[in-house]
Design a protein around this ligand. Sequence first.
Ligand code: ZN
Ligand code: FE
Length: 255
Amino acid sequence: MSELEITVLPALSDNYFYLLKDTATGTTAVVDPPVVDDVLEQLGADGKLDLIIATHHHGDHTAGIEALKAKTGARVIGPAAEADKIPAIDEQLAEGDSVSVGEATARVFETPGHTAGHMSLYFEDSKALFCADTLFALGCGRLFEGTPAQMWDSLSKFSDLPDDTRVYCGHEYTLSNAQFAVTVDPENEELEQRLAQIEELRANDQPTIPSTLGEERRTNPFLRAADPAIRAHLGMESASDAEVFGEIRHRKDNA
Ligand code: ZN
Ligand code: FE
């Protein structure tokens, strides 16, 4: 059992990427680096980086990969399903594969929807889920390359993970997500409280990341397609969960 030290790094206008360090071995990894210099600075004097992990091919998560690999010799790993679009990829991953960062091990989930080959990583011992643009705090990724049913299926893969799993997502979209969430789940008191907390954090320029899966299950409408109050609010009592999810996604796209 090995717990990772996780550093949340902001980049570009609203991206997050993550530096992982297995303290037992000193092994370091970076998830979705859009930039180079900030990573090198974080690595400190020895500049050692072992692994670069890409969740999906979008440039705002991959722009730093090639230069970082060139500077550090780190191995690049990413989803097999879009390996042709991940710069300088060395190793391809698929559903059920595992990834080691020193003694810390993650399980790979294929989570298509935002992109056709998006993957997420779950480190059980660290209770950490890296889900990039699949699940956001109070939101989910836009469906650029997938269907609502596919994305619903992807999000459902997280349903067995514990409530205290920390959710490390790809963007600081939480405030606008929260403002939308209250329009589809207006009776949810915990959501209302969360919106107030988020407003305060953002007013003070603080990150809202990570949240926990438990909070998301109780307040994120994109995980709550089965909720009777949301279904009633949408007039979709007899629809499938995927259809309710699709309607919520559609409303957010047009909000
Ligand atoms: Zn993306
Ligand atoms: Fe993104």
